[in-house]
Design a protein around this ligand. Structure first.
Ligand SMILES: Nc1nc2c(c(=O)[nH]1)N[C@H]1C(S)=C(S)[C@@H](COP(=O)(O)O)O[C@H]1N2
Ligand SMILES: [Mo]
Length: 410
């Protein structure tokens, strides 16, 4: 059923090509193309296996998905955002030598090849991946860090093996506390803290935690973590370790930099603080909040002007941390009155839920359209965006200003 040999060979030749192009271009890997144009002034760049994406940073690469791709149910692999912390990043992975090592507080240390992994039972589902700093550019006052618009997210069909199957194969010893995940990237200096993330054992053993070797029916682009990455549905992407090579079970709480210091949020209900009164207690970032977006109309695609009397499709996406979306409402009058949108197909609780409606304006003017989602857990979205100094977990009822021009011709 699976085709490990062939796909491994294809992968090797593709990765070799990738390695040979590295260093030739403007940046470490990518070629700068042109300016993105409104609403962003940033350049766009083309990196190996990727289409032209908004360039936030090239060392290490941070690339954002242009908004028009969210018109598609699944975000195409070549258009999915890219975010790495440490330079250099892997430029070549050879499946003949790559292994996934599983060790630490286990009965048996494992070294699994991709063939070993593909021989295990496969699971497949759709889940949203979203960077903790998605939408950071909208924080006011501004905060440092990658100035992402809303395109540091993707809706992807993941395929792989259950982490719990691999952990059961190794056999966790009693007293196991956490499971840590390390990828092939290392820092520029020995003193640079390696990018290692941890999950509590009971979370790691949940059925939806996946070691994914395919996205949307194809191998992962190297920039998105070839040959395998961790999938932690409903949790921010900082945990979704790419180019995974090492899983370690610990018998104490892991205290590496990327868990103990980085990606912390204020320890309160909406992860908020003020510049003058920073939170004293923080916790590692974890589950997504409930969000919804306008895909059409949208300032991000420049589609905000329509003729009076024409029927305008209203469309967007919504998602939460896994309970699923119960309802989406939209307003045509700046939040004065609200109407229910029609929900699209249910692709699973961790996936984008599309929503749709139609509007036929009868009076020219400027309208403020708003959208808010409610999750099955009963969580909805705030009228005012909360703030934290990391620029994490942006959430607000999103607004788009639409101009309805004079009478339609004809
Ligand atoms: N090995 C490795 N995995 C990583 C990271 C990294 O720097 N190194 N960054 C994390 C963060 S913060 C994000 S937002 C996602 C980005 O995934 P993508 O590049 O596939 O979009 O990868 C996560 N996994
Ligand atoms: Mo991230």
């Amino acid at each position: 059923m699976h085709e490990p040999k062939q796909s491994a060979q294809q992968a090797i030749s593709r990765r070799a090509l990738l390695a040979s192009t590295a260093g030739m271009c403007v940046s470490a890997l990518g070629a700068r193309l042109a300016m993105a144009g409104p609403p962003y002034d940033d350049p766009v760049a083309r990196f190996p296996e990727k289409t032209a994406l908004r360039l936030l940073n090239d060392r290490a690469p941070q690339l954002e998905t242009p908004w028009r791709y969210f018109k598609e149910d699944l975000t195409p692999n070549e258009a999915m955002f890219v975010r790495w912390h440490l330079q250099p990043i892997p430029t070549h992975v050879d499946l003949n030598t790559w292994t996934l090592r599983v060790g630490g507080h286990v009965n048996e240390t494992l070294s699994l090849s991709m063939d070993d992994i593909r021989a295990m039972p496969a699971q497949e589902f759709v889940a949203v991946i979203q960077c903790s700093g998605n939408s950071r550019r909208y924080f006011a006052p501004r905060v440092p860090g990658g100035q992402w618009g809303d395109g540091a997210m993707a809706n992807v069909r993941w395929k792989g093996v259950r982490l719990s199957d691999v952990l059961e194969r190794a056999g966790m010893k009693s007293g196991a506390v956490q499971v840590t995940f390390n990828g092939l990237d290392t820092g520029p200096l020995p003193a640079t803290p390696d990018f290692v993330k941890a999950l509590d054992v009971d979370h790691a053993m949940q059925q939806e935690i996946l070691l994914a070797y395919e996205m949307n029916g194809a191998e992962l682009p190297l920039l998105n973590g070839f040959p395998m990455r961790l999938i932690v549905p409903g949790w921010y992407a900082t945990y979704w370790v790419k180019c995974l090579s090492e899983i370690t079970v610990t018998d104490t709480k892991f205290d590496g930099f990327w868990m103990a210091k980085a990606y912390h949020i204020p320890d309160n209900a909406n992860a908020s603080e003020t510049p003058n009164d920073l939170a004293k207690n923080t916790v590692p970032i974890n589950r997504f909040n409930t969000r919804s977006f306008w895909v059409h109309p949208s300032e991000k695609t420049g589609e905000t002007e329509f003729a009076n009397g024409a029927t305008i499709p209203l469309e967007g996406v919504a998602f939460d941390g896994g309970s699923g979306i119960a309802s989406v409402e939209y307003s045509l009058d700046g939040g004065g009155t609200w109407q229910e949108a029609t929900l699209g197909d249910d692709m699973g609780g961790y996936a984008f839920r599309r929503w749709r409606a139609e509007w036929t304006p009868t009076t020219p003017g400027i309208y403020q359209l708003k959208v808010r989602a409610t999750s099955n857990d009963g969580e909805t979205q705030p009228v005012d965006a909360k703030w934290n100094h990391g620029g994490y977990m942006r959430n607000v009822i999103e607004t788009v200003d639409v101009t309805i021009t004079g009478q339609e011709d004809g």
